[in-house]
Design a protein around this ligand. Sequence first.
Ligand SMILES: Nc1ncnc2c1ncn2[C@@H]1O[C@H](COP(=O)(O)OP(=O)(O)O)[C@@H](O)[C@H]1O
Ligand SMILES: [Mg+2]
Length: 382
Amino acid sequence: MYLQTLQLQQFRNYKQQQVEFAAPKTILVGNNAQGKSNLLEAIELLATLRSHRHVRDRDLILQGEDTAQIRACVKRQTGISSLSLTLRRNGRRTVTLNSENLRRQLDFLGVLNAVQFSSLDLELVRGLPEIRRHWLDSLLIQLEPIYTHILQHYNQLLRQRNAFLKQNLEAHLRSTSAPSELAIWNAQLASAGTRVMRRRQRAIQRLAPIAKAWHASISGSTETLQVKYAPNVPLEENQPEQIQQAFLTKIQQRAIAELRQGTTLVGPHRDEVELTINNTPARQYGSQGQQRTLVLALKLAELQLIEEVIGEQPLLLLDDVLAELDISRQNQLLEAIQDRFQTLITTTHLGSFDSQWLNSSQILYVNHGEIFESHPSYSHQK
Ligand SMILES: Nc1ncnc2c1ncn2[C@@H]1O[C@H](COP(=O)(O)OP(=O)(O)O)[C@@H](O)[C@H]1O
Ligand SMILES: [Mg+2]
């Protein structure tokens, strides 16, 4: 697929900006805090309706304004589609496809696919489990857009059950609350949670061998990467009813702790994705360079998996990472993407790029929320 144009209106630090992508590779150059990552974030929002920066919609809107809009034209094998996403301070969103309002988000998802790789992704190895869950969920939303509803439904039940636990804490301690109401919440949570976990398990089962192969190729086969889903509720059985039963059993085991803490302790919001190299947890294993290799393998696996499932190549968004990779890993990445994947690259300086590569790329300059085709002169600066 190919992103032809992108329009940003009052999005982050962009007032009004149109960008035309004229080559399979575009390099966005600019100093820090000019709007490079913001532009990639806009594309990420179109692809997943989420931002890895975990912000409220009001933070995405140009300060002082009430709405923001992101529009794009995407060329796919089936034709050209236009997408728009409108964000409002109150959090209500509108999505359109070919100028038609869509009621369901899932009809919007899946038109544009993108894999984002930023320097923050080292956190996938070193960070908290929630970072890996968020990563896996964003991938799943692209592989199976229906997952966005499944996940939202689960999160809504989780919030409601947590509120119930808090409200009823005292009543429970005095044994005056109705246990039947909690049983209803439990059953609903187990059913929705099982759907989340089964999809997560399937995605990791497909991703793991691809990531392992990329990792072997990048590291020269000296290391073995294992990506393993570690669900909070055991999934040994594969019938949904049996998993729900295991879920309910675990809830019962944790009942006292849940009441004491007033929060839900069982379910996929506590899942983990384990990354190990040669059977050692990756966060303990080796240097930063080795951890980068791991993340690179994961990203290449995401690209390949989306391509396999969707049947078209997703966009690749490289935010500040290329310069951080050593030459051999850079080359490995560039070889893998060639001209097959439309790639947007941000950087603060062009110096670290191969000249042959620069010649075949479109170069855009980002300056204070504006984009220029040639180096902005001082007259352009505010
Ligand atoms: N809602 C907003 N309104 C106005 N400016 C914003 C908003 N959100 C972020 N910014 C500005 O965007 C800039 C950061 O942009 P970013 O794309 O992350 O920079 P970089 O070019 O380093 O990737 C900062 O100057 C920040 O103040
Ligand atoms: Mg940035």
